[in-house]
Design a protein around this ligand. Sequence first.
Ligand code: NAD
Ligand code: AHE
Ligand code: ZN
Ligand code: ZN
Length: 370
Amino acid sequence: MRTTAAVALEAGKPMEIMEVNLDGPKAGEVLVEIKATGLCHTDDFTLSGADPEGAFPAILGHEGAGVVVEVGPGVTSLEPGDHVIPLYTPECRECEYCLNPKTNLCQKIRATQGAGVMPDGTSRFSMLDGTPILHYMGCSTFSNHTVLPEIALAKVRKDAPFDKICYIGCGVTTGIGAVINTAKVEIGSTAIVFGLGGIGLNVIQGLRLAGADQIVGVDINDGKAEMATHFGMTHFVNPTKVDGDIVAHLVELTGGGGDYTFDATGNVTVMRQALESAHKGWGESVIIGVAGAGQEISTRPFQLVTGRVWRGTAFGGASGRTDVPKIVDWYMDGKIEIDPMITHTLKLEEINKGFDMMHAGESIRSVVVY
Ligand code: NAD
Ligand code: AHE
Ligand code: ZN
Ligand code: ZN
């Protein structure tokens, strides 16, 4: 079939909207009509050329929701008409990783997914002249139709709005899951969240859900404070307006440091600040942000010797086929909020404008509706 997609032809260039060929689903695969997709900073990171795994031409996008159109041979858990959320972290339920409750990082298709192809080593997308186009994070939600492995789709209830629940495909689950699954924050905790964008705001709402007492938000953009307060932030700090050392300031503000701190910026200097503003003796710092090729984190080992813990999280530690339908229920039941964070709704033709607004700090989440 033919479908319409935003194609990333090369790093650092705007995507181009074009008709592309899409082959039907092979064994174990599913054709999905994407109804809506969010724009995550990770898409921007890959488009910029900073992603060591970035390869072009590719169809980016990994935060979608849609409807099953056709299933390939052997698919048993889905049928046409089912509503689904694509999973860049699949859940095969049989690999060594899926069988270990300590991780959500299913490795069943990680190698081919990282190479931009389906599990059989080929792409379903091509240009009209036949040139192959790579998949991205196994999802490619910047295409109106896409093909995914069955194990990379969460089946969700049919009454949930696509233009909101698409955000559960990355930002919502990552932020809330970092608090609940990865940090396992306890009631009454003190927390510091660096970066109040599409991920950091969901960390904040996760902290409120978990019953944290003090929730400090840190961002260089004052414009992010109002929304963060709505979601549960109790104190805002703009590091560009702090006299002296930001870590010392945060340690004083929290009475010794955060029980839990989170990086949702992707900036390695900020990651160090997050670690060092965790409480001596027990503070845990969770890295969510993704840093570019060649960038490294550092700190004095003494910071760890004296009891701070440095950890990271992917997709908020969530096992997607199991957890994502539950998070959709939380949204539909009013336990979590999504709507205010979706500040802009765009057509596919306007997708590059969405990334411009992300760069300018004007948006929280932009969502493309097909
Ligand atoms: P975003 O652009 O919406 O938000 C980033 C925020 O960080 C902005 O508000 C910005 O003003 C702030 N910021 C930038 N530099 C800062 C600094 N020096 N100090 C304090 N704040 C600063 O991005 P997002 O979509 O929220 O993504 C955040 C990060 O999380 C990105 O690196 C993204 O790639 C990553 N991410 C990781 C996962 C995962 O599974 N680990 C999932 C989604 C996103
Ligand atoms: N390709 C990058 C790594 C990017 C990365 O860490 N991605 C996160 C999800 S970000 C979603 O917005 C992730 O899931 N990581 C686990 C994995 O297996 O990729 C690089 O540095 O090579
Ligand atoms: Zn993402
Ligand atoms: Zn698995």
